[in-house]
Write a new protein. Structure first.
Length: 354
């Protein structure tokens, strides 16, 4: 069997590609909207036919690429019947099987993080994909989207922990760079759900987490209830860089690509002068045009050379790409994550402080 674990750095989401080597039939678990182009390219390079995209639940931290991939590759969408999403091709319940070649995944109902959470177990029980129900040494939160700590406790104990101890568990997210665990490990070492922890202790722990809601929740949940179908049709894909298209309709370029192609683009920093010369510094060679002046000074830019807009976090520069598009610039992208991500990845800056 072909297996790949893919990662979206923006939301720390894992996407899983599984395929049968003989038939080349494949499926993706939890694809991310901004990574649809990457995933489609991998499917093509490996000579696979994408048969299914499967959702472990209705996500609150990213938008699914299920609809985009169905449009692009003809795959079908599988989603939990209890999740309430519209637009899926098949609504799954506990015990259902999703086949790809000679292999299949079996769906387990593991609610508690949300009503519609599902865990998908490989046919030989060597691996399971738990979404947010069980994370590595942790679990999904239970304070929104019909979350229920007691239900989650029983889901993990009665469904996931009932799998063989050797069964590898692949989570929907990890924020520390961990990639895989096992049933045996989590029974011993999970501080929330290990076998030594009682249900009352778990409920008390989850009740007092006090976490803020995910940043993308207000946009992600409604979009995922429509299987990721965007309000507006996706624009034609540019060819001047490996861009990703956000659900908000913005083309973005990643810092590592820009660092390697600084001389091939125009870099427009739309922050204020104090920020441009402040602690974060600025991308080498960037031109300062504050957002408030951009419409008036756009004529100073070349329409033949691509433009990358930059700000502190990527919010103002996203607006700048819209303004530049209206001004007739067709090769424009936003720097994903802005100067905060640029500095976090330790790329060179002009000015700034250590």
């Amino acid at each position: 069997m072909i297996f790949r674990q893919l990662f979206d750095p923006q939301s720390s989401t894992y996407t899983y590609l599984l395929a049968d080597e003989a038939t080349r039939e494949a499926l993706l678990i939890d694809p991310v909207f901004e990574q649809a182009r990457r995933d489609a390219a991998l499917v093509d390079e490996l000579g696979l036919g994408l048969k299914w995209t499967l959702e472990t639940h209705v996500h609150a931290d990213h938008v699914t690429a299920a609809w985009l991939l169905r449009e692009k590759l003809g795959s079908r969408i599988g989603s939990s019947k209890a999740g309430g999403a519209d637009g899926a091709d098949r609504y799954l319940q506990a015990g259902d099987r999703v086949e790809f070649g000679k292999h299949h995944l079996k769906a387990l109902a593991t609610p508690g993080h949300t009503n519609g959470c599902m865990t998908y177990v490989l046919d030989d029980q060597s691996a399971a994909f738990t979404g947010d129900a069980l994370l590595i040494r942790g679990c999904g939160r239970t304070d929104f989207q019909q979350g229920d700590a007691r239900v989650l406790f029983r889901s993990v104990r009665e469904q996931i922990f009932a799998l063989p101890e050797r069964c590898l568990l692949y989570p929907g997210h990890d924020y520390r760079g961990l990639t895989v665990t096992s049933v045996g490990e989590e029974k011993l070492y999970n501080p929330r759900l290990g076998e030594a922890v009682g249900e009352g202790d778990f409920v008390g722990y989850m009740t007092h987490l006090g976490l803020p809601h995910p940043k993308q929740m207000e946009a992600a949940v409604p979009a995922n209830l429509k299987c990721g179908k965007p309000i507006h049709q996706t624009a034609q894909e540019p060819e001047w860089a490996p861009l990703t298209y956000t659900f908000a309709g913005i083309w973005e370029v990643q810092p590592h690509w820009l660092e390697e192609h600084l001389r091939e683009v125009q870099i427009v920093d739309v922050r204020e002068p104090a920020e441009f010369n402040g602690p974060l510094g600025h991308v080498p060679g960037a031109a300062l045009i504050p957002l408030a002046r951009l419409s008036h000074e756009a004529q100073t830019l070349s329409k033949s050379k691509p433009i990358v807009a930059v700000c502190r976090s990527g919010a103002r520069s996203a607006q700048a790409t819209v303004l530049l598009g209206k001004a007739g610039f067709d090769k424009v992208a936003n720097l994903s994550g802005g100067m905060l991500r640029w500095r976090a990845q330790r790329f060179a800056v002009e000015g700034g402080t250590e």
